[in-house]
Design a protein around this ligand. Structure first.
Ligand SMILES: Cc1ncc(COP(=O)(O)O)c(C=O)c1O
Length: 456
């Protein structure tokens, strides 16, 4: 047995892939990615793929960066681990100060986690304890949007708006309340054609939810700057400004879940800066280290921190590996690359070209909508462009799972065919990419989507 065959056997026998039908690999190989360089990754046979999803919205600076690997190795040699429970370590201090400097407004306090789910979980717990400390103990509910993904731990899952991935785990933490998302392509008929009005309506739905639930029971609203799940819904003009007003009116906290959108994905360090709103908390993970080591966290406003600064008050929450020294060192090196190579400038300078290149696909009958911002796009596929009719569950199953995902991968593109909302292809290439990568993405999508149309 070759080492490649042995690895296949062990992968099938011992490894449990996340959100994956393991039966899909009964008769085919588990894809094994062994190395990466720049915008490309390579499998065990040496075949090259363009990483059109940055792994999982993670690899902002691209693969194979020795300066990040070396920063991690240096830190592990000096101090591999010490907890942030009662102690600090230099890299956590330096990173917290640097993130506070980059963040909008008075988000000056950083609570580290290891992942995005933990960041969301921590933000909800903080909101609850904050209100208990400040004389409003009835505030515990959280409002979030339909189809939005905010993580998989029990609390984060209760914030998530995807029914299918929640059902097996019910009952979840109580208090999750859903409002409409900002999918303008699927706006209700009476709002189609006027994006500003649509945005106002969607924001006002948050107010209606607060009033319905009772303002004294609502702790926070969780929103991504651009909603990922469902295929990249940017906020309509004025949406976040209106949401901010509503939150202020009812004393509800605004949490910007930037696990995907922060660190350059949409051209700014934080998505709230692009859309000019001031959150009370920003949750982050993924791109903060470009994946060279796991790290997440939340940035918290001075006002939220204030009740925790006196007497015996303590945020009763912690995670062993949160703010791991190696991850903090890697995050600092990652931010150095952002500065040295002006990655924000690269995204802002090329985003119009990325959009224009993807929009060329509009000549295909299956491409209904191309939407997104920065280096973060979704392409919605439809059965009928004019009526915007979507696929039945059976067609979606056959098209996405039966054909597209595998065909795109076989054609050398890592991206994501997703039908958690209407069927979309999601793209989020590393922030180092330029026109040649956009062209490669377009070429592969064109060939595979053309073939897909013949199979409907
Ligand atoms: C917006 C958002 N929040 C939270 C999460 C959960 O992050 P993690 O998978 O690191 O737990 C994700 C993951 O994709 C996400 O996109």
């Amino acid at each position: 047995m070759t080492s490649i065959e042995a690895a296949q056997e062990a992968a099938k026998r011992n490894l449990w892939l996340h959100f994956t039908r393991m039966s899909a690999y009964e008769d085919s190989d588990v894809p094994v990615i062994v190395r990466g360089s720049g915008a490309y990754v390579y499998d065990q046979h040496g075949k090259r793929y363009l990483d059109g999803l940055s792994g999982l919205f993670v690899s902002q600076v691209g693969h194979g960066r020795t300066e990040l690997a070396e920063a991690g190795a240096r830190q592990a040699a000096e101090l591999a681990y010490f907890p942030l429970w009662s102690y600090a370590h230099p890299k956590a201090i330096e990173l917290a100060a640097r993130l506070a400097e980059l963040a909008p407004g008075d988000l000056n306090r950083v609570f580290f986690t290891t992942s995005g789910s933990e960041a969301v979980e921590s933000a909800w717990k903080l909101a609850k304890q904050y209100f208990k400390l400040t004389g409003q103990p009835g505030r515990y509910k959280v409002i979030s949007r339909e189809i939005a993904y905010h993580g998989t731990s029990m609390g984060a899952l209760a914030v998530t708006g995807l029914a299918d991935i929640k059902h097996p785990f019910e009952p979840l933490a109580p208090g999750g309340v859903r409002v409409p998302n900002t999918n303008f392509y699927r706006a209700p008929d009476f709002l189609a054609g006027d994006e500003t009005e649509f945005g106002r309506w969607a924001a006002d739905e948050i107010e209606r939810a607060i009033l319905r639930e009772g303002p004294q029971s609502v702790a926070a609203v969780f929103l991504e700057p651009v909603q990922n799940s469902g295929g990249c819904f940017p906020p309509p003009p004025g949406y976040f400004q209106r949401v901010r007003e509503i939150c202020d009116r009812y004393g509800v906290l605004l949490v910007s879940d930037e696990v995907i959108c922060a660190f350059g994905r949409i051209g700014y360090y934080f998505g709230a800066q692009r859309y000019e709103y001031q959150p009370d908390i920003i949750t982050f993970a993924k791109g903060v280290t470009s994946g060279y080591s796991p790290l997440g966290g939340m940035l918290v406003s001075d006002a939220l921190m204030e009740p925790f600064t006196a007497g015996t008050a303590t945020f009763l929450h912690g995670i062993t590996f949160a703010g791991h020294p190696v991850s903090c060192a890697v995050a600092l090196a990652n931010l150095d690359v952002f500065e040295k190579e002006d990655l924000l400038g690269n995204v802002r300078g090329h985003e119009a070209a990325f959009r224009a290149t993807l929009e060329k696909l509009y000549d295909l009958p299956i491409v209904g909508d191309v939407r997104g911002a920065g280096y973060f796009y979704g392409i919605e596929m439809v059965k009928d462009k004019v009526t915007r009719e979507t696929f039945t569950d059976e067609e979606s199953e056959r098209l996405l799972r039966g054909f597209l995902s595998q065909a795109l991968f076989d054609a050398g593109l890592v991206c994501r065919a997703d039908d958690r909302g209407d069927p979309v292809i999601q793209l989020a290439p590393p922030l180092i990419c330029g026109q040649e990568h956009f062209d490669e993405i377009e070429r592969i999508l064109r060939a595979v989507l053309t073939e897909a149309w013949t199979r409907i």
